[in-house]
Ligand binder design. Structure first.
Ligand code: PGA
Length: 254
């Protein structure tokens, strides 16, 4: 089953408007270096429009994503962002359930589940993040934790929608720490996730879902990860803030 790799940059709460525009332009200009890979940029919400305009003006097919949204189409939700608003700005993707949202802002699997369904209904591709903490890994609970997150976050999504979803396996202990999972550790969990998707839908659907690895991915460790059969791309934090590093990672998956 061949899956088109997908490498997404999660800019988190970084950059300013000028730097966001410059980084988007630099990635778009060099998009051809990794033509076989879907590339996605996820800037802070306030810069989504700027980055979207820059990407559209470049004529490149670099995708645009947000880092979060609410599951409601609109209304009295001070400070929140509705899925149709993201679509209005040209977003194709939205990251959901990132570990920073889960740990710092209390997002649960059921909240992520409702958001994933709302994203799909609005025409957005959700990038649904899962992953264990160091404590959970050391206690031998990685498989149990990831299983509960995948089942809880993706429950009740029909097969036709599930195959559009991107899953990001991001061990929390590897995020922003410089400690990358070994290719074997990552592959083991990716294979587990694909098995869970097969049970939620079918082996055919599971074979079409792209599963990214995230957590300290850099140009010099990306190739080993990319060689694993169930690793279909990367969700990149720190290294996505430099065009050279982001494209270096993308090339490893090309
Ligand atoms: P990192 O972040 O690449 O800086 O470890 C990854 C992520 O949080 O998506």
């Amino acid at each position: 089953m061949s899956r088109k790799p997908i490498v997404a940059g999660n800019w988190k709460m970084n950059l300013d408007r000028t730097k966001a525009r410059e980084l988007a332009a630099a990635v778009a200009a060099r998009r051809g270096e990794a033509a076989a890979v879907d590339l996605v940029l996820c800037p802070p919400a306030v810069y989504v429009e700027t980055v979207g305009t820059t990407l559209a003006g470049s004529g490149s097919d670099v995708g645009l994503g947000a880092q979060n949204m609410l599951d409601k189409a609109g209304g009295a939700y001070t400070g929140e962002i509705a899925p149709p608003m993201l679509v209005d700005l040209g977003c194709d993707y939205v990251i959901l359930g990132h570990s920073e949202r889960r740990t710092l802002f209390g997002e649960t699997d059921s909240a992520v589940n409702v958001k994933a369904k709302a994203a799909l209904a609005a025409g957005l591709v959700p990038i649904v993040c899962v992953g264990e903490t160091l404590e959970e890994r050391e206690a031998g609970r990685t498989a149990a934790v990831v299983t509960a997150q995948v089942q809880g976050s993706l429950a009740g999504i029909p097969a036709g929608d599930l195959e559009k979803v991107v899953v990001a396996y991001e061990p929390v202990w590897a995020i922003g720490t410089g400690k990358v999972a070994t290719p074997e550790q990552a592959q083991e969990v990716h294979a587990l996730i694909r098995g869970l998707l097969a049970k939620l839908a079918s082996p055919e659907v599971a074979g079409r879902v792209r599963i990214q690895y995230g957590g300290s991915v850099k140009p010099d460790n990306a190739a080993d990860l990319a060689r694993q059969p169930d690793i279909d791309g990367a969700l990149v934090g720190g290294a996505s803030l430099k065009a050279d590093d982001f494209l270096g990672i993308a090339r490893a998956f090309a």
